[in-house]
Design a protein around this ligand. Sequence first.
Ligand SMILES: [Zn+2]
Length: 248
Amino acid sequence: MKSIILVFIVLVFAGCMGKAPVTDRSQVMLISQNEELALGEKSYKEFLSKAKLSTNKVQISRVRTIGNRIAKAANRKDFKWEFNLVEDDQINAFCLPGGKVIVYTGIMKIAQNDDQLATVMSHEVAHALARHGAERMSHQQISGVVKQLGSILVGSAAPEYAGAFDMAYGYGTQLGIMLPYSRSHEHEADEIGIHLMKKAGYNVNEAIIFWKNMKKVKDGKAPPEFLSTHPSDDNRIQKISETIKKIN
Ligand SMILES: [Zn+2]
């Protein structure tokens, strides 16, 4: 029985290897791109039905202009990009699979110019391009339960994953839980994000200033939710500097 399960797992993994863009890192994916896009659409609609969209035309237009430039740089024909600004003081932003980007008004106070706003948006888009949420869900499945592989193999939209999906994509605050991205995912999103920024014509040096601003916020009072999932330590700033040196 054990060997049957092993063969089963190997077969599943063999069919589910992916590669992250820019870094070319190999990834194990137990969720297909189509499943992921379907879950992205569904979660996005649910989120928008509860969210309070900003009515500030100037700021909305800023978010969309920057978003469209990043989307062009990302060059993903299968994504249906959308960029929305949500009225919320939380310092937060996320990108769902398929290119649904949400920026909270709270982060507009930290991002002091378009290049800095492009930093956080590129970073979030990078998490989606590299399918970090799907990878995290896959890792959870691997470490957790073999029995669930069955339902993944069936290939349905797997509604039981919806909650895990929301957490994996970093907007689970409504559920009171948010999974932090791993350090390696953070560094990878930074690296891909810097490439996107550069390709989109933004000043990549502003990324350093943005994360330093975030660090100041963190060093202040209670760290915002975004910082509990996106640590802004010196190590991160150092690695971003190295990436900038490499591409300049
Ligand atoms: Zn991140």
